[in-house]
Design a protein. Sequence first.
Length: 255
Amino acid sequence: MRCGLVARKLGMSRLFNENGDHVPVTVLRIEDLEVLSIKSVDKDGYNAVQLGFSNKKPKNISKPLRGFFAKSKSEPKEKVVEFRVSEDAILNVGDKLGVNHFIAGQKIDAVGVSQGKGFSGAMKRHNFGGMQASHGVSISHRSHGSTGNSQDPGRTWKGKKMAGQYGNVRITTQNLKVVKLIEDDDLILIQGSVPGSKNGVVLLSDAIKHKTPNEVPFPAGFRKDSKAKKEDLSLSSTKNEKETSSEDNGAEGEN
């Protein structure tokens, strides 16, 4: 059993396949996904991998979390997620995962927090039909009707479908198809809708109701070093440019 990925939902788009059919896709992006710590059976009683998603400024991190990230020698992360894995799928601290963790055509499960709808009525929340539109109904057209009982038990049953908070709950959507992987931009295109709002964090893992293809990388798909080196070179060049400009400004000031 492999670990999953953590991605950010950017929104929806569409693709056209080789037959010219229109395929709606959800665009997900991986941001600085890194292994922070390992859980083992001997020490913790189970095997798991903790992943950190998206770098965050140290000033926005509490002191206990700063110590946790310092122990793993990584940048502070926006979100830390734990995935259960089998003993042969344990990774090393510091490993960076990429979109090549999955392959095109594979089925995956997506977990996210659904969009909150606030306090909603029974017709919107539970798809009730409502009361009659006329013939004696007054100011109660969208009400859910009676909710009480007789003298015994003399109360409303727990779990009664009524108006209340709608949405903003953890949702798992199963058997979504991976349509395309764009490794240069760390993007995953998934057919269909994925729970959550734009810029929300989504957990992706191999589908439990479909057999994982033999072609998927095991124990995980790692980010290519060439892309990481390019980013390091761009950061170093930017830093050198800043230092050079500051030196030039200092020389001009002396003159």
